[in-house]
Design a protein around this ligand. Structure first.
Ligand code: NAI
Length: 466
């Protein structure tokens, strides 16, 4: 038996950040992790490895098209997939160690094994080393999510693969079909397309990128990806896989017509679902919703006293940074402070080239709420740094309230959008207006000036557009 103030189950960005924050605030904390490496989905099979592969393949593509920048023989450049995978593994290992070091520095005890919620105040950890019971004042469940499997085409790891497999393919598939044009489909589709795979993305909806983006943003992104050779089959509902001696094919249906797409690999990226496997939720009487997510109140408290839950295992966007904010808030609340997450300002990013990013309300969402909006747009083609850096695809869109000029949302398709969106978040966090952005001094030349120009365009005062 051990006594803790807080036992966190799951060491993803939600769990480990909560553990560090709680320890910083003076709590005695244990962190339970079933996998060998710390960091959860994000660090081991999600955000980080995919970003390493996106970077390697972007370097390759930039060099391959380096003739116009004076590179000689660039078009003959080849690549080594195993070296790219090794680099990705090195990045992950470095960060695994980093998370371990941070936890150690804060005296968080890492307990290896599968954590099971016995009841309020008690967690059982099972491992090959034996069982250990942790007694604790509070429990935080941060067990994350797993890829959704389509019932009629289960993952086999060979032809039908999940994102877990999609970051570790040993060779470039000649033909890859991606099911789902969300963040995972677009990012991993980009990785393999950049290495020469013929990628077709099959999406049920008529647009790519999911519901957060306006149609003009989604269209601009789609057209940029099409120029990179990715094909899109929108409005198509997947029906199954056909396997024959000649190869495999994904079957789908659109407007009553049957479609078939030959594929060496079919990457299914149709979303993720809450992971409560092995947690003993039912036995402990933990309340789950109809989608298997743990039900919490406004303070992250479940129906069991002293048991909290955050991140992908509860409702809300499945984003590492959302989980981190929730982890900090829970730790602060337990330490007697007033933790809070501003769910209205959680950015979303798709790390393609160009990147796609958004925060706050889209134009469509604002209109659906009957808010009168004023829109400002700025094309990157008018930005000096974008021209100098050969990245003129895309635009920035500012959605402001027509009456008050307050920023309601910002969306963009742009190289470096993942960094640029941070300025939008900061302005919105302080309740900024489009004029506040327009009057902020941005360094020149930067692609970020496109955000300032889009804010100026709200009042039709953009300097660098006609
Ligand atoms: P997603 O929910 O973002 O996108 C799934 C897409 O698949 C949707 O567009 C949906 O309409 C489509 N779809 C669903 N069923 C289909 C079917 N049967 N046939 C054709 N299309 C179908 O899910 P995704 O991309 O798998 O990502 C999972 C979660 O992980 C998301 O919450 C995402 O936000 C998060 N994530 C975030 C990343 C980021 O922030 N860059 C990167 C990777 C994942």
């Amino acid at each position: 038996m051990s006594q803790f103030d807080l036992v966190v189950i799951g060491s993803g960005p939600g769990g480990y950040v909560a553990a560090i924050k709680a320890a910083q605030l003076g709590l005695k904390v244990a962190l339970v992790e079933k996998d060998n490496s710390l960091g959860g989905t994000c660090l081991n099979v999600g955000c980080i490895p995919s970003k390493a592969l996106l970077h390697s393949t972007e370097v390759y593509q930039e060099a391959l098209h380096g003739k116009k920048h004076g590179l000689v023989g660039a078009e003959k450049l080849t690549f080594d997939v195993s070296a790219m995978l090794a680099n990705k593994d090195k990045v992950v290992a470095q960060l695994n160690m980093g998370v371990g070091a941070l936890l150690k520095k804060r005296n968080v005890e890492i307990v290896r094994g599968l954590g099971r919620l016995v009841k309020s105040g008690e967690v059982l950890v099972r491992s090959t080393a034996g069982d250990r019971t942790l007694e604790t004042k509070n429990i935080l469940i941060a067990t994350g999510s797993v890829p959704i499997e389509l019932p009629f085409m289960k993952f086999d790891g060979e032809t039908v693969i999940s994102s877990d497999h999609g970051i570790s393919l040993k060779a470039v598939p000649e033909k890859m079909v991606v099911v789902g044009a969300g963040a995972i489909g677009l990012e991993l589709g980009s990785v393999w397309a950049r290495l020469g795979s013929q990628v077709t993305v099959v999406e049920m909806l008529p647009v790519i990128g999911g519901p957060s983006y306006d149609a003009d943003i989604a269209k601009a992104a789609q057209s940029a990806f099409e120029k990179q050779g990715i094909k899109f089959e929108l409005g198509a509902k997947v029906t199954g896989v056909k396997k024959s001696a000649g190869g495999s094919a994904l079957t789908a249906e659109r407007d009553g017509k049957s479609l078939e797409f030959a594929a060496d690999k079919i990457l299914v990226a149709v979303g993720r679902k809450a992971n409560t496997t092995g947690l003993g939720a039912q036995e402990a009487g933990l309340k789950l919703d109809e989608r298997g997510r743990i039900v919490i109140d406004a303070h992250f408290l479940t129906n069991l006293p002293g048991v909290y839950a955050i991140g992908d295992v509860v409702a809300g966007p499945m984003l590492a940074h959302k989980a981190e904010e929730e982890g900090v808030a829970v730790a602060e609340n337990l330490a007697g402070k007033h933790g809070h997450v501003n769910y209205a300002i959680i950015p979303g990013v798709i790390y393609t080239d160009p990147e796609v990013a958004c925060v706050g309300l889209s134009e469509a969402e604002a209109k659906a709420k009957n808010i009168e909006v004023a829109i400002g747009k700025f094309q990157l083609a008018g930005n000096g740094r974008a021209i100098a850096s050969d990245c003129t695809a895309g635009f920035v869109k500012v959605i402001a309230c027509a009456k008050t000029d307050k920023l309601l949302g910002v969306q963009m398709v742009a190289k470096g959008a993942s960094e640029m969106i941070a300025a939008a978040c900061a302005h919105m966090e302080y309740g900024g207006s489009a004029e506040d952005v327009a009057r902020t001094c941005f360094a020149h030349p930067t692609v970020s000036e496109s955000f300032k120009e889009a804010a100026m365009a709200v009042s039709k005062s953009s300097i660098h557009s006609l």
